[in-house]
Each structure stands twice: as structure tokens, then as C-alpha cells.
Design a protein around this ligand. Sequence first.
Ligand code: RNT
Ligand code: ZN
Length: 419
Amino acid sequence: MRDLDLVQKKYDLAKADYKSFGVDTEKAMAALDTMAISLHCWQGDDVRGLEDGAGDLTGGIMSTGNYPGIATNISELRQDVDKAMSLLPGKQKLNIHAMYPDFAGELPDRDKLTIEHFQGWIDWAKEREIGLDFNPTIFSHDMFKDGMSLSHPDEKVRKFWIDHTIATREISNEIGKQLGIKCINNIWIADGMKDTPADRASVRRRLKDSLDKIFEKKYDNDYHLDCVECKLFGIGSESFVPGSHEFYMGYAMEKGIGLTLDSGHFHPTETISDKISSVLLYIDEILLHVSRGVRWDSDHIVNLTDDTKAIARECVQNGTDRIHMGLDFFDGSINRLASWVIGTRAFQKALLIALLEPKAIVEAEENMDFTIRHALMEESKQLDWGSVWDMYCIKSGVPLGYDWLLEVKKYETDVQFKR
Ligand code: RNT
Ligand code: ZN
């Protein structure tokens, strides 16, 4: 257990130090408290979902590892989410997928889902006073054929997925209305080709046509936001993905909808941090899927890397009113709820570091003094943001440092390993 007196002393010193750089640590903590991070429910069960016969993850994404204690039903999943959230400071939302219904009766196929299949989640979120985000699930299903869904040449296949996605927009809007917190419905499709296509244009035309049908109905933007997520490649779609960055950037602009930027969906050396300020000039709201690719779009747990810090810095700089921050990774090789805690805390730390950045850095740039800018960027790295983070955890009533891990270890023995 950490020594609280020591934490207080270290915080007082850090506060004074930051003050000498013109930074108010209390204000930074208060700002961090308003920034909701959307936790992706699918980390809890390796993207299996809760439908009958759930289990086979297809569609170019993959969770590896078989750490014991995986959540196998809705109560276990919720129990784990609750536990994770109890170890996280600040605000959260929960991001659910259409393959995670909460329904006791006979479930219709995905094209016929309605709000009644998700009402339980709304009630659950209401009790916790948190928002929900939503996603059509356009993978792990028989109607995902030949590696295609909304862009498939067969009209019946397209129609199934169009109807499914229309249903999820309706559900998302209702979730947002009932909770009074905007629900983001993110559309990602796994469509693509393993090898070089002969006719890219037709595939993309079909995808556009399907999306046009999906977006025919307009919703009030207060409760629901449509987002589209591009991708460079996936497993089995190494050579071609119709929903590329250009495709969706253009589409989102044309339709006035949101764009999702996932850290793993670009070339390995391309970063989403640099894209945020560009796309916000043309698109009103964006959703981030903060993730960490290792050599490829591997969906590793978010860590406090330079890349994560750069993304958080852009969020703070551009203002989080138009940037929705979500996480997207899946790791079954370690305790699955620990993954949520590690990844969320890492991103929150990155946000805190950004909020604590001395204004003098931007001012130096405004004065065209790149020497000061560069020097200060380096110097500010040694400011003691860690002590501010510890104080933030104390104020939020959550465990400090890796004290949270002791709780996870106890929970896995008492709960997860007994499943
Ligand atoms: C896949 C996309 C997508 C999914 C989730 C489960 O590459 O990143 O966001 O991870 O929909
Ligand atoms: Zn994603």
C-alpha cells in the first residue's frame, strides 16, 4: 500500500513546480474529470458476444490468449466491467456491440434487432449514470460471405447488413434518448480481399450505395451520432479494403456524419494524432479508437507510449467537445479486466500530461522561437505529473499506483477463477 502522507508531500511539491511553469494542477485534474472514455465491452470476452453459439470471431480481427476467467455470460461481463470501472478514476461510457444483446426470449437474427433487445443495457447504464455507445456487428455471422457484407455483389447479402445497420441506428438513437447522453453508433465492416482485386470501383460503388440506404433516415444529432471507421487491411483482406481512409473521409464529409480514427488502421508508421486537427476542419465530430498496433493492427492494450501521448495531446489541444474518446483492443493473454484498467489508465495519464503542459510551449511557437519550444518540450517531460496522477486517484477514490492490481488479483481468485 502506498504511503498517503508521502503522496501528499510529493503532490504539494509537484503543484508548486507546475505553478512556476504557469500550470494549475487542480484545474488539470478538474478538466480530466469531465473527459469520458468509452470502454469497449468486447475486451471482456475476446470479442465473442452473447448470441447463441457465440464464439467464432471472424472478419479479419483476432484476440489471442486463453487466460482463465473469461466472462461467458452477460452477468459475468457486467460484473467484470463494474470491477474495472471501480478501479478507474474519472468518467466512463460503455461501448457495446449488437452481438451483446440483453434478452431472455428468442433472439431474432441481427437484421431484426430492436430496442427491446438492449433495454437491459440502458437500465444498467442508467443505474450507473453512464452513457453507452453502440456498433452494428458486421462480422462473426453466416451472412458475412466471401469476405464481404455491405459491398457484396449479392443483393440479399447487402440487404441483410443494410437492415442490420439501420436497426442499430434506431437502437443507438433510443439509447441516447433514454440516457440523455449521446450514443455513438460506429460502423466498421470487415469487407476486403486477400488478393489484388480486378475491379475496385464496383466494390466501392456497392458499399456507397448500401451506406446511402442506411443513412436515408435522419436523426437528431443530440442523442445519436453516426460514425464510419476506415481500415487499411485486415487478416484475409491484406490486398484491398473498400472502406479505406479516403473512402470514409469523403463519405463522412458528404453526409455530415462522424469519422472514426483507429490507431491500428493505417500504415504502421502513420499516426492518428496527426490526423485529428486535419479532419476536424471538415468533419464536426470524430470518434477515436485508441489502440496499439505492434508491427501490424494487432489491437494490443494501450500503453503510455509517445504515440498515446501525442493522441491525448491533440484531444486536449483541439478540445474534447468534438472528439469522442473510445478504446479498442482485445487481449486474452492476461487478466481481461486488468487490460481495461491498464489501457484506460494509460490513456487518462496521457490526457493528464497533456492538460499539464506548460502554455509557454505553444507561446514559444507563436513567437517563432523554436529553440524555446524544443527545449521546453524536453524539460517539461521531467515535471512530476505522476504525483498529480496519484492525487487525482485519491480524489477520485480509486486505488493508487498498482494497488489496483491487488484488488484484481483478489477478484480473480474469488470470482473469475471460479467460473
Ligand atoms: C476492427 C475495428 C473495429 C473492431 C470492433 C470490435 O479492426 O477496429 O472497431 O475492433 O468493432
Ligand atoms: Zn476500431
